[in-house]
Write a protein that binds this ligand. Structure first.
Ligand code: ATP
Ligand code: MG
Length: 281
């Protein structure tokens, strides 16, 4: 069975892409799960990170998809936008690559289904079904908006991981986002499976008392059980990978990979617990 996890927050620059790429990399490279990272953000930052990652492992690797994501949608064949990032006997990581022309996606859906918003979202789910079913795990990176793109992503997902910085504006963004998830996506669009896997707190500045105060506020507001135990600190290596792609060589690489390895364990454990609960019902 495929698990589909969407990474989101309506606020920009809070660590969604870093988290999505780290999770996808870990699921494939360390957990040996056949994994697909889906970049639904026309900024295409996670595509850049994974394509650079590919070149770090294989200098001569092919980083070109057959077509852009927008073209693949128009052709009704998403596999045209696939790039294999890493594969050996055990592991496979693929990327559904985005590019700037994906900005046209909302307009495209609007034209195709002029008077029915739900149809636009159901259509995208249908388009992804066959491809996504080929993977153990699909991780979706979303743009910092509330839009038809995020609605499409959330509607077809099993899980939402809300990423929040330990800063006031990001916390406010997470609150608004959670309300949107409940009111608009779960109750409004009737997303068939969407459930929260928890809130991941990132970019904590250990020395900042303000960050510590916001961290406490978030814990009080959402309850400890709704927050993943691992909190990601500010780490230069994670920032650098935004430019260079992921590497796995020295001490600092291993240290940065380890924190997201812990987050991956927590996510997999929550999914397992949920499956056990459902099978008991
Ligand atoms: N734990 C961290 N420590 C240091 N820098 C980080 C960390 N996590 C992310 N960053 C950096 O913060 C910036 C924003 O992160 P990222 O691109 O992941 O956010 P985003 O939410 O995807 O942004 P957008 O909304 O624009 O898509 C990037 O430069 C990234 O490298
Ligand atoms: Mg991003």
């Amino acid at each position: 069975m495929t698990e589909i996890l969407c990474v989101g927050n309506l606020k920009g620059g809070v660590g969604k892409t870093t988290t999505a790429t780290q999770l996808a990399f870990n699921l494939a490279y360390k957990r040996h799960l056949k994994t697909l990272l889906v970049d639904l953000d026309p900024q295409s930052n996670s595509s850049t990170i994974l394509l650079n990652t590919k070149l770090n492992f294989d200098k001569k690797g092919n980083t070109h998809a057959k077509a852009s994501l927008m073209r693949a949608v128009q052709d009704e064949d998403l596999s045209e936008a696939l790039v294999n990032i890493y594969s050996n006997l055990l592991d496979q990581l693929d990327l559904l690559a985005s590019s700037s022309d994906f900005y046209a996606f909302p307009r495209y859906l609007e034209k195709k289904f002029p008077d029915n918003y739900e149809k636009r979202i159901h259509y995208f789910k249908q388009l992804t079904d066959t491809l996504f079913n080929k993977y153990d795990f699909v991780v979706i990176d979303t743009p910092p908006t509330i839009s038809v793109i995020t609605d499409c992503a959330l509607y077809l997902s099993d899980w939402i991981l809300v990423v929040s910085q330990t800063q006031q504006s990001s916390y406010d963004g997470a609150l608004t986002y959670l309300k949107y998830l409940q009111n608009d996506v779960i109750d409004g669009l009737k997303a068939p499976k969407l459930d929260s896997i928890g809130i991941l707190l990132v970019m904590l500045d250990k020395k900042s008392s303000l960050d510590q105060a916001v961290l406490q506020d978030i814990k009080n507001k959402f309850g400890k059980e709704n927050i993943l135990p691992t909190v990601i600190h500010n780490m230069n290596r994670l920032k650098r990978w935004g430019r260079t792609g992921i590497t796995d060589k020295g001490y600092f690489d291993k240290q940065a990979l380890k924190v997201y390895d812990d987050v991956t364990s927590e996510i997999l454990e929550r999914i397992k617990q949920n499956e056990q609960l459902t099978s008991q019902q």
